[in-house]
Structure formats: structure tokens, C-alpha cells
Design a protein around this ligand. Structure first.
Ligand code: TUI
Length: 310
């Protein structure tokens, strides 16, 4: 399954694992990379020293390429950007902002730069700035999101840039991946599907909630505060959205989400934790598959779906 992305990254299958904060540790990243996809370590809000340790652990576990996701709102983003260059990480993906100021340093280190974009405008700017590809992430995704859907964003980005496009948001099986290819993507990024992988260190309660989730079980918090985040509905989102609807200022609502992602992922707090997940959670029915089994199942289905007698 060759595309410009498999060639660019030196991977077997055009499947990239999302860089989810707290979930995308070296355990998950090395498992995805060893299975022929591109594993990603998610820096999330972690300190630079943690990111360096994770990179070094992943290098020991995987003899194939892997990447690091830099979440640009991280207070140590500058230091983490330097660690990525210093460790000569093969690929960097970025989220929640414009990585422009780090591009020169990463290019010098030979790191392939793949920003996540939620608009055509940012995709074009990233191409002009030297990105090798972009991840066009639709609003179906979990976590911090933009407003365009994957169905509308991917073909518009694919038409607007010459670099390859990776589709993300709402993809968790072979049908979604085949559809993304029809829209002009040359790879997919999946987050939610890998949260429930056997190698994912996410708490069992969180994995179970993803498997139990139905089609309309996610909510978007913080839209009116300019920071939309998609999470599975629970007691915390109920309280948050009630306050947000009443127009309560952000400063008075913020406490509900401080530390809540760790509470969900690490402590398994399904009542007050931020169980970030995409809208496709409703499609996911098993949490006992390895990354290799997930990738093989999806690739097998895509090959079958894209075969044509015409
Ligand atoms: O970054 C993500 N998803 C995330 S980051 C995250 S960390 C966090 N967030 C809230 C609470 C606790 C932890 C959780 N999920 N996805 C990539 C992504 N980037 N989606 C959308 C964007 C984006 C949006 C606007 C990228 C750039 C942008 O504008 C950039 C600019 O400045 O023009």
C-alpha cells in the first residue's frame, strides 16, 4: 500500500496514530511503529524531560520510524521543540496552533514536519513554510477541534496544497480509510481506535466507556470560550455545559477541567474526567486488539474495498 506518505516516512502502511496527551506514550507509539504504521509520542502538557525519556524508550523498543506530537499550547513548547531536534526524531506532528517558529530548527535536524490543520488557510501557510505534509483534522475528532468536518475539509485541503494530505477525524475502520482515500488523502491518522488498543496504557474504565459509547455520546465543551474540546458525556460535561449555556465566564468554569484529562486516562475517573474521544467511538466494539491486529484488519478491509472490476 504505497502512497507519498509511506515513501516520505519509510513506513509500510499509511496509518498514523494520533498523539493523544497522556495516552500516546512510548508503549503505544512503539507498538504502532513495529506494526508498520507510524507511532507518535504525544507531548500533551508534559514537561520536556518527560518527552526526552519517552523518545529514548521508544528508540529502544522500535527499530522503525516514529514521531512526536508537540501540542503548541504546552508551556514548555520551546524546550520540547529543541528536544525533538536534539534527539533527531524522524517526524514531528503539531497541534492546536501554528508551529512556524520551529520549522527552520527541525529542518536542520532532518525532522519531517507534519502540522495538524483545521482549515485550508493554515494548510496553505504550512506548505509555504516548509511542511512536508499536513494532517487535515475534522471536527469529528476527539479533544481540541476545529469546525469543518472531515468530509468537507480533506478534499478542500487536498485541492489547495501540493504536499500530501493525511485525513483525521471520524476514521476507525477500513471503510473510513477507503473513504478518506476517495477524498484525496494519502494516509489516515486515528486516535480513538488506538486508545483502546491492548498496548495503550489508558485506564480500563476509559477504554470501556469508549467501547460502550453510542453514536451521539460525545459533547463539545468550551465552544463559546473559543476552545472547543470533544469528550464523552458525563457528570463533568453536564455541569460544564450548564454553566457555559448560562454565560458563566471561562475563569469560573475552568476548574472543572483542570487535571481532568489525567483523571480520565490515568485514574479512570469516568464521572469527572475528560474522556476525550471522537464521534467514531460508537463504532468501536472491542478493546482487546493489539495495534498489529487493528492495523492488519483495517488494511485488509481497505484492500478489499478498493479492489474494482472496472
Ligand atoms: O491538538 C489537537 N487535539 C488536542 S490537543 C489537546 S491538549 C488539551 N486540550 C484541552 C484540555 C487539555 C488538554 C487535546 N486535543 N488536535 C490538533 C488540532 N489542531 N485540532 C485543531 C487544531 C488547530 C486549530 C487551530 C490547529 C491550528 C489552529 O490555528 C492555528 C493558528 O494559530 O492559526
Amino acid at each position: 500500500m504505497k502512497t507519498r506518505i509511506t515513501e516520505l516516512l519509510g513506513i509500510e502502511y499509511p496509518i498514523i496514530q494520533g498523539g493523544m496527551a497522556w495516552v500516546a506514550t512510548h508503549e503505544l507509539a512503539s507498538a504502532v511503529s513495529n506494526a508498520g504504521g507510524l507511532g507518535i509520542i504525544g507531548a500533551g502538557g508534559a514537561p520536556a524531560s518527560w518527552v526526552r525519556d519517552q523518545i529514548q524508550a521508544c528508540k529502544k523498543e522500535a527499530d522503525k520510524p516514529f514521531g512526536v506530537n508537540l501540542m503548541l499550547m504546552n508551556p514548555e513548547a520551546d524546550e520540547i521543540a529543541k528536544v525533538i531536534a536534539d534527539e533527531k526524531v524522524k517526524v514531528v506532528t503539531t497541534g492546536a496552533g501554528n508551529p512556524g517558529k520551529y520549522i527552520e530548527m527541525w529542518k536542520e535536524a532532518g525532522t519531517v514536519i507534519i502540522p495538524v490543520v483545521a482549515s485550508v488557510a493554515l494548510a496553505k501557510l504550512m506548505e509555504r513554510s516548509g511542511a512536508s505534509a499536513v494532517i487535515a483534522e475534522g471536527t469529528e475528532s476527539g479533544g481540541h477541534i476545529g469546525s469543518a468536518t472531515t468530509m468537507t475539509l480533506v478534499p478542500q485541503v487536498a485541492d489547495a496544497v501540493s504536499i500530501p494530505v493525511i485525513a483525521a477525524g471520524g476514521i476507525a475502520d477500513g471503510r473510513g480509510m477507503a473513504a478518506a482515500f476517495m477524498l484525496g488523502a494519502e494516509a489516515v491518522q486515528m486516535g480513538t481506535r488506538f486508545v483502546v488498543a491492548k498496548e495503550s496504557i489508558a485506564h480500563q474504565n476509559y477504554k470501556d466507556r469508549i467501547v460502550k459509547a453510542k453514536d451521539i455520546d460525545s459533547e463539545v465543551t468550551g465552544l463559546s470560550y473559543g476552545h472547543p474540546v470533544r469528550v464523552l458525556r458525563n457528570q463533568m460535561t453536564k455541569e460544564y455545559l450548564e454553566m457555559e449555556k448560562k454565560g458563566v465566564p471561562f475563569e469560573e468554569v475552568e476548574h472543572l477541567t483542570l487535571g481532568s484529562l489525567k483523571a480520565a486516562v490515568v485514574d479512570g475517573d469516568t464521572k469527572r474526567g475528560s474522556m476525550m474521544a471522537g464521534q467514531i467511538a460508537g463504532l468501536i466494539s472491542r478493546n482487546d486488539m493489539s495495534c498489529e491486529e487493528i492495523i492488519q484488519e483495517i488494511v485488509g478491509d481497505v484492500v478489499h474495498l478498493l479492489k474494482t472490476d472496472l
